[in-house]
Design a protein around this ligand. Structure first.
Ligand SMILES: Nc1nc2c(ncn2[C@@H]2O[C@H](COP(=O)(O)OP(=O)(O)OP(=O)(O)O)[C@@H](O)[C@H]2O)c(=O)[nH]1
Ligand SMILES: [Mg+2]
Length: 251
């Protein structure tokens, strides 16, 4: 009951923010240099994989220490050189996942976050569904949050129970599994737009390395390329960036 009220309130708050921003831009249009296309991206992934953490960082905000799970959805505007991405995250709670598909038609592209903290098997199954789902429009970007892979002293999902293997050859890493799925999807000819893949830790490792800033830059770069890719794909379709419309608004 409280959850339903909370979801309605967050939805209303999202609508108010978008409406206020649109009204502001109507009366005070951005100067020509600032006029970049706006595209919408749907951000999905299991609970706790780091979707809000990633979007908070990309929106140039400092993530809180302990981020509460996203109830319903959350929207962040991300500035990239190519465009402004309105990223809409839907919570990964199992109770929310059956509703993901309702948002497929509202986005120009999809970002899926997977994390080596969670079961590889469960995430591979989720990813397979999302990669080949024909209701999803536009390019897809898969980001593997490889935080644990860069913190060797922390047990990984593979070694702590997620994907148990008594002994013998080490299980392939989440990044390897996902990369193989992405390559297969791209080679299958069943997907209209290309799928991109980036593996990067979203949080700094416990013992920060000198490359800490570079890790974040890699995630940012992946997002920048994603934005550019979404715009390119849409321009090829529409012929003009000004005519970019979310798929749901095209009919
Ligand atoms: N140790 C560790 N903690 C992480 C990692 N990614 C995120 N966290 C933390 O895990 C918690 C959940 O992260 P979120 O960014 O809220 O995850 P989410 O994908 O948005 O989860 P939902 O909104 O519930 O779907 C936060 O407290 C983060 O600080 C990671 O890779 N490793
Ligand atoms: Mg979240």
């Amino acid at each position: 009951m409280l959850d339903a009220i909370w979801q309605r309130l967050s939805f209303a708050w999202g609508v108010i923010r978008i409406a206020s921003y649109s009204a502001w831009r109507f009366f005070f249009p951005a100067d020509e240099q600032q006029q970049r296309p706006t595209v919408s991206a749907l951000v999905l992934g299991l609970q706790g994989v780091g979707k809000t953490t990633m979007l908070t960082r990309l929106a140039n905000e400092t993530p809180q220490q302990d981020i509460p799970p996203t109830k319903g959805f959350a929207i962040k505007a991300i500035q990239t050189p190519a465009c402004i991405i309105n990223a809409m995250e839907i919570g990964g709670n199992p109770k929310l996942r059956p509703y993901w598909h309702r948002y497929f038609h509202q986005a120009h592209g999809l970002v899926v976050v997977v994390s080596d903290k969670e079961s590889t098997e469960e995430q591979a199954a989720m990813l397979k569904g999302l990669l080949y789902d024909k209701r999803i429009f536009g390019p897809r970007l898969i980001i593997a949050n490889t935080f644990l892979a860069t913190a060797p002293e922390t047990p990984t999902a593979a070694s702590s129970g997620g994907d148990k293997q008594a002994s013998g050859p080490a299980a392939p890493s989440l990044a390897d599994v996902v990369r193989a799925m992405v390559d297969a999807a791209n080679a299958s000819g069943q997907i209209k737009y290309p799928v991109s893949f980036r593996a990067a830790p979203l949080l700094p490792s416990p013992s920060p390395s000198p490359e800490k800033g570079q890790e974040e830059a890699e995630v940012r770069a992946a997002f920048g390329r994603f934005g550019a890719q979404v715009v390119d794909a849409l321009m090829a379709e529409a012929g003009d960036a000004d005519r970019i419309q979310p798929p749901s608004a095209q009919t």
